[in-house]
Design a protein around this ligand. Structure first.
Ligand code: FDA
Ligand code: NAP
Length: 448
């Protein structure tokens, strides 16, 4: 258990993916330098143990950012929580260097994240879902000075309430299913892929379809083709073919820490230009290597006359009918929009995600949160939601800020710097309140 009853924490973190892990590390490092004046923090995660998109840990899937964009390096290259420190601790630094590759596998990066979270484990409670964030019952938000966070044990062992002066919400992307498709045991979103796939008898899977032309779709299509040599796989692609993710050096600058300022302080036209010119660095695009792998497989099959990988281009899924083991997929093809059906044993919708949406968690608190003319949250440069003056507590977002802070909002590229900025903001606001006396430190002790 990573918290103490009846304490009012400086920070409660909701969700413990890489973003809040990076924040826990930043606060841990602040504590080490603060000589008893550290920030008290505790984090709640609904998964039973640390997991970073576990259902997409496909063999040979690689990271889409350099290993240097780890939890800490861009904020503090001397931190002992870097990917290089992990490699050193694992005895693999020379081998990694010999590999001459900036992009580790997702599996290796996952191991790094697990290693880092183990070193701040005292501040994390797994198997705990945050249900709501609220003002204490009957209290005046200004005088209460803290918020209540209602946490539910996912194994059904009841709920508890934790008090905090600041809350950092980092609950991650929300899976998007296409209209007309409902998830069940044979219709899967990519975010649940491996879990659902492993429940099936592979021999039963002879015809599969994968919807989408993004990285998830391409990786899953390759995986199914390789794992199921007896199966036919249909890739349902809305474009004419997969498009490559632009990770060339000039385009990559949009993920630099300084690009956050350019976006945040830019005009509406500047922000629009970021999206118009650079959406293809991340959305509906695929790494060059995976595109070439897929093309090679299809070509080799054609040479042998054994085609079993079918690319249905300019095609969108428009509906799914399910009955028992039967799954009938309606597809809308080509520019004239002809609709036809395809029968499959399983359908994977690799149809992307919606941005993080904290409104449900905020409940009544939402009325203190200011919104812009299009209804989106106003967010300060330090990632704090702009609130009306009656609410002195801080509500920070890690994710869900693409409209204010740009493309790195949902990615790993900037988490080291962003977490440092949030930590600095919380430390500064505590100093402003004059609460600079020693407070109990709950951020985990470095056991590494
Ligand atoms: P993340 O989604 O990782 O974590 C949120 C956590 O909050 C989850 O563990 C969830 O269980 C928990 N949670 C949600 N609601 C809760 C609640 N109410 N109470 C308690 N816990 C709750 N980006 C990149 O820059 N490079 C890359 O290589 C990749 N690779 C990649 C692969 C795949 C398969 C996907 C789908 C996405 C990526 N991404 C990526 C983008 C991805 O958003 C990013 O890697 C991180 O997951 C962002 O970390 P977060 O901690 O913000 O969210
Ligand atoms: P994505 O890039 O948003 O792609 C979703 C795809 O689904 C798009 O091609 C979209 O087409 C398509 N689509 C949506 N509805 C459809 C419909 N009804 N019919 C046909 N196609 C439909 O999502 P993603 O691939 O899951 O990627 C999300 C994030 O995860 C990205 O940041 C990506 O880099 C990351 N990721 C990383 C890795 C890795 O690190 N190895 C692996 C997987 C994912 P439109 O463009 O027409 O909407």
């Amino acid at each position: 258990m990573g918290y103490r009853e009846h304490e009012t924490y400086d920070v409660v973190g909701v969700g413990f993916g890489p973003s809040n892990l990076s924040l826990a590390v930043a606060l841990n490092e602040h504590r080490a330098n603060a000589r008893g004046h550290g920030i008290s923090a505790t984090f709640f995660e609904r998964q039973p143990a640390f997991g970073w998109h576990r259902n997409m840990l496909l063999p040979s899937a690689t990271m889409q950012i350099s290993f240097l964009k780890d939890l800490v390096t861009f904020r503090d290259p001397t931190s002992s929580f870097s990917f290089i420190a992990y490699l050193h601790a694992s005895g693999r630094l020379p081998q990694f260097a010999n590999n001459q590759d900036f992009f580790p596998t997702r599996e290796e990066f996952h191991r790094y994240l697990e290693w880092a979270q183990a070193r701040v484990a005292h501040s994390i409670t797994y198997g705990s879902e945050v249900m709501s964030i609220r003002i204490p019952h009957g209290a005046n938000p200004k005088s209460a000075g803290h918020l209540e966070i209602e946490v539910q044990d996912v194994t059904g062992r009841g709920a508890r309430v934790i008090n905090a002066r600041n809350v950092v919400i980092s609950t991650g992307l929300v899976p998007n299913m296409p209209d007309g498709a409902e998830r069940d045991e044979r219709v899967w979103h990519s975010s649940e892929f491996l879990e659902k796939y492993r429940r099936m008898n592979p021999g039963e899977l002879r015809r599969l379809a994968v919807v989408g032309a993004g990285q998830s779709a391409a990786e899953i299509t390759r995986f199914l083709y390789d794992e199921l040599p007896h199966a036919e796989v249909w890739a349902i692609i809305p474009s004419y073919g997969y498009s490559v993710a632009d990770d060339t050096p000039f385009a990559n600058q949009i993920f630099d820490p300084s690009a956050v300022d350019d976006y945040y302080y830019g005009t509406e036209q500047t922000r629009e230009a970021f999206w118009r010119y650079h959406r293809n660095t991340n959305y509906s695009v695929v790494d060059d290597e995976v595109i070439r792998d897929l093309y090679r497989r299809a070509y080799d099959d054609e040479v042998r006359g054994t085609e079993r990988l079918h690319f249905l281009n300019l095609t969108r899924l428009s509906g799914v009918k399910r009955a028992g083991a039967e799954t009938r997929v309606s597809l809308q093809a080509g520019l004239d929009g002809d609709v036809y059906d395809l029968d499959v044993d399983a359908l994977v919708c690799a149809t992307g995600y919606e941005a993080m949406e904290p409104t449900g968690l905020l409940g009544d608190l939402d009325r203190y949160c200011l919104r812009d003319e299009t209804g989106r949250y106003r967010v300060e440069r330090d990632y704090r939601i702009t609130t009306s003056p009656e609410l002195p507590c801080g509500l920070y977002l890690q994710g869900g800020t693409e409209h204010t802070h740009g493309l790195t909002s949902s990615l790993l590229s900037n988490i080291a710097v962003r977490s440092g900025e949030i930590a600095d903001s919380i430390i500064a606001s505590r100093a402003k309140r004059g609460v600079d006396q020693a407070v109990p430190v709950e951020v985990g002790h470095d056991g590494g």
